[in-house]
Structure formats: C-alpha cells, structure tokens
Design a protein. Structure first.
Ligand code: NAP
Length: 330
C-alpha cells in the first residue's frame, strides 16, 4: 500500500494564488503528452506518486488529453487516485479542462453550455472523483457569448463539481471580459493558464500577467521548458520534425539554428549558477510572483526530481538578469 512521504511539504515552495485561498506548489505535473491508454501505467503511476512525495500536489489534466483514447489521461490519473492517492484527496489540487475537441460534432468542443455541462460529468467519471479543484475553460470560443460560458461555469461550482474556475489560452482582453463576468456571478475565478517560457513571453508582452495582478489572481504557466527545448537535450541541434506546440511555433521565426545559439548561451549562465538549463528556465519565469505555478510534463523520474530542485535557487542577480535578457532579445 502506498504511504506518502512524511516530508513531502519540506521540498518545494508553495505560493498563494493572488489574494485567493488557493495555494499551489511552484511546480505542477501535467498529463498532456504520454499519459494515455497506450502508455505504461506502472511507470506513469510511479512518476505521479514520486511527484506527490516531493511536494507536487497539483496535477493538471484536460478532457482531451490521452492517446489513442481521448480522455484516457484523466482515466489514468483516476486509476492512480483509486489505487493510491484517495486517502490524500484533501491535499490534492486536481485540475481539468473543457474546450478542445473530444469527438465529432458541435458539442464535442468549445464552450457552449451544453458541451461544458456534459463534459464535467464525463471528466469526473474518468477521474473517479466527486469534484475537481480547478475547472478550466481550455480556450476562448469565438462563437459562444462569454456570458453563456460564464453561467455554465458558475453552475458547475454551485453544483459542487468544481471548487474554483480557471481560464486557459485567453489573452489579456479576453481575460478582463471573462473575469468581470465571473465576478458578477460571484464565481471563484483563480487563474489563467497559458503558454510561458523564456523563449515565449506573449503573456507578459500582451499585458496578461499585469491584468491578473490587477485582479489579484494568479497565472499558471504551461510548457515552461518549451516542450524540452529549454533543457540540455538540444544544445547540438533541434531535429527537423521537432513537435512544437502551436503556442510556441513563432519561436522558430529566425530558424532553429538561432534558437540553438541562444540555448547554448543560456546554458553557460545556468552552469555558472550551478543549475541545469531546465532548472534555470523554471526559476526564471517564477521570478514574477503572479506566476503561481509552472506545469511541467515528464515521463522520467530523473527529470522530475531534477526539475523539482529548481525551487532551491529562484534568485537572479542583476548581472544575470541583464545577460539573460540580452540573449533573449537576439
Ligand atoms: N492549457 C493548455 O492549452 C496546455 C497546452 C500545453 C500543455 N499544457 C499543460 O502543461 C503541461 C506541460 O506541458 P509540456 O509537456 O509542453 O511541458 P514542458 O515541461 O515544457 O516540456 C515537456 C518536455 O520536456 C522534457 N523534459 C522535462 N524535464 C526535462 C529535463 N529536466 N531534461 C530534459 N528534458 C526534460 C520532457 O521529456 P521527458 O518526458 O523525457 O522528461 C518533455 O518532452 C501539460 O502536460 C499540460 O498539463 C496545457
């Protein structure tokens, strides 16, 4: 029988999300890639439990995650929950999302009242839970009024199926609009989850981080390692078929070789800080206290534990900040 490590809260810093009562470990674990029905259950379970033992109590899912069976990432987490984590339910922050395609037809994607209210029940069944901690609208819907989406999310909270609401991939203006609607409905909105890493700073540039700070709410960064680019893996080159996520596609605007040059320059600074490039990349975006947590994806316990060590050095000297900014501006 699994028994969680006694010292699990001694490892990783925890941040309060804006002025809300929600608190998150600075690193969360995501189940987007390689946590599906074709992936080895015992290996994935080991990573999830190791994460929990080392202070990661926040696990990020979505109703479209898992291959080849859509939803199988939620099912995998639900199985780990039943097998091992159920006694720890009150400690967990389990999140899932609705909005990307889960099937065919108009009610298998986006943010209509019908899709949202159907999807939460399917997610809870998959997760084998009565409620999730944060339920996200996974992306804005160009064809559904935000009012309809906000009302459906409010109903989910009122029904006790989610404790908090988040939005994902909404830009600054869309966030302002949605947060005001949710606040009018007294919905506990907590975070926007969007792509953010050293190479991809759209959320800073478009004012999203400042907007969330103004609302006293938080930001959760997905893809903080730019899908593995911000590690020591690609210092000698990026393969032509590298599977870049749509949110990061523009980082190759000047060609992959230019990114490799930047990665090597950043890696030197990381080494001088006695960090790996991955650890420095996580620490870099956590400098802003509006960033409540960064969600990493990993199938390797070694990488998981190395990434967690990033929490031991989150400080940057003025010289490091200047040098890094100069590299990132190239
Ligand atoms: N809301 C959204 O629209 C959205 C979109 C994308 C992602 N997300 C969330 O964010 C999570 C993370 O996204 P992501 O997978 O793109 O994150 P990521 O952590 O930036 O990249 C993951 C990749 O980095 C590699 N990696 C991790 N640590 C490493 C290390 N120390 N050294 C070398 N390689 C390392 C992993 O390979 P290994 O497996 O070999 O470690 C994997 O290939 C997802 O699971 C999901 O929950 C949300």
């Amino acid at each position: 029988m699994y028994v969680a490590a006694n010292n699990r809260y001694d490892v990783l810093p925890i941040r309060r999300v804006g002025h809300t009562g929600l608190q998150l470990p600075i690193i969360s674990l995501g189940l987007w890639r390689h946590y599906g029905s074709s992936d080895p259950y015992a290996d994935r379970k080991q990573i999830i439990l190791s994460a929990f033992d080392h202070g990661i109590f926040s696990f990020d899912n979505a109703n479209n995650y898992g291959k080849p069976d859509i939803g199988s990432a939620e099912q995998l987490f639900g199985q780990v929950y039943q097998d091992s984590l159920k006694p720890y339910r009150d400690e967990l922050v389990v999140t899932t999302k609705v909005g990307f395609e889960t099937g065919v037809g108009p009610y298998a994607q986006f943010n209509s009242r019908k899709n949202i209210l159907q999807a939460i029940d399917r997610s809870l069944t998959n997760l084998q839970m009565d409620y999730v901690d944060i339920y996200y609208s996974h992306r804005p819907d160009p064809n559904t009024d935000f009012e309809e989406t906000a009302l459906a999310l409010a109903q989910i909270v009122q029904a006790g199926k989610a404790l908090y609401i988040g939005i994902s991939n909404y830009d600054a203006e869309q966030t302002k609009k949605m947060v005001k609607l949710l606040q009018d409905l007294q919905v506990p909105f907590v975070v926007n989850q969007s792509s953010y890493n050293m190479l991809q700073t759209r959320v800073k540039d478009d004012g999203l981080l400042a907007t969330l700070k103004d609302f006293n709410r938080g930001f959760v960064a997905y893809g903080p390692l730019c899908e593995g680019l911000l590690t020591d893996r690609y210092l000698n080159g990026i393969p032509a078929d590298f599977p870049i996520h749509w949110s990061n596609a523009d980082i190759f605007a000047n060609g992959k070789e230019a990114v490799v040059v930047q990665l090597n320059q950043l890696n030197k600074i990381a080494q001088n800080r006695q960090q790996t490039l991955a650890q420095m990349a996580l620490a870099w975006i956590l400098r802003d206290q509006t960033v409540s947590s960064v969600i990493i994806g990993t199938t390797s316990e070694k990488n998981l534990l190395a990434n967690i060590e990033a929490g031991q050095n989150l400080e940057f000297s003025d010289d490091e900040v200047s040098a890094i900014n100069a590299i990132l501006k190239q």
